[in-house]
Design a binder for this molecule. Sequence first.
Ligand SMILES: Nc1ncnc2c1ncn2[C@@H]1O[C@H](COP(=O)(O)OP(=O)(O)O)[C@@H](O)[C@H]1O
Ligand SMILES: [Mg+2]
Length: 323
Amino acid sequence: MNAIEVKNLRRVYRARIGVIKRSIKEVIAVEDISFVIKSGELFGLLGPNGAGKTTTVKMLATLLIPTKGTATILGYDVVKDANEVRKHIGFIFGGERGLYWRLSGIDNLRYFASLYSVEPEVSKKRIPYLLEMVGLKDRGNERVEGYSRGMKQRLHVARTLLHDPEILFLDEPTIGLDPVGARDFRQVIRDLQSEKKTILLTTHYMFEADSLCQRVAVIDKGIIVAMDSPSELKKHVADLSVIEIETFGTSAEVVERLRALSFVDALHVQEQDQRQMLLVQTARGAEAVPDIMASLNGQRIGRVIVREPTLEDAYVRLVGGHA
Ligand SMILES: Nc1ncnc2c1ncn2[C@@H]1O[C@H](COP(=O)(O)OP(=O)(O)O)[C@@H](O)[C@H]1O
Ligand SMILES: [Mg+2]
């Protein structure tokens, strides 16, 4: 059975600009997207900033009305049956506040349980269960203001599970978490899936989608450019090698010169402090290194590595290197 069905969904924002001469500017946040998510599936929506991920999730979570198209959750229409949809979904948006910092974790959950009209007998059992599940069992009596960012994010998950929704929307839930916090959070996501929840996760971390999701849709500028399992997506780049070149102070002009080389399939630049990592995708493998070095003549160069492509590289190829 399909938990979520999305057909030709579109959302246009109308933003007022100008103070004296007022005009309205239209932003097409989601152009036309369609996908289905099976019951119990962990589905990733992957894309660079501004791709339309949050807008999509907000339409599915009944927080924004689509401009066009339809979406159903367990067969309920997100516009016409919004109240019914809300009973079956939970969501967390990255960086969302929505917790009472002066209250303990347990008191936050008690408060939201009564707000969501969860029966007291139910919440009495459910709150300790959820605290245990998100790894906050021993910290539930402490005030939330003393929690790390990762702990707050996990408390958000417990909060959104109070009414036991079958479907969860997690919008970039690990953004801003330290590596350990993010790893713990990913384990919570895996546990949720083993509880048969249907999960739509948005992220711009490729390895996260790779390690968690059964299927991934790559979205760019409001359009789905690829949809498959992570291993199938990786086949898009199976014929390529990636050459990583560490450079210092390389100009845009040099980058363009490299990009123009006939054997360069894609080139992505990662800025890191004083240096740039140039990620060159090429079918020629290590044989391309001398030609690349020749065209980088005069640049300061550090390490050079030739490696197999990852899902991240497939993504770079799909979204054209501007990710
Ligand atoms: N309230 C808004 N008004 C106008 N434009 C918006 C609004 N929210 C988002 N946008 C624009 O819509 C596009 C998609 O945004 P968003 O869905 O937040 O992308 P993502 O979550 O993938 O980063 C972006 O160009 C963004 O600037
Ligand atoms: Mg977003």
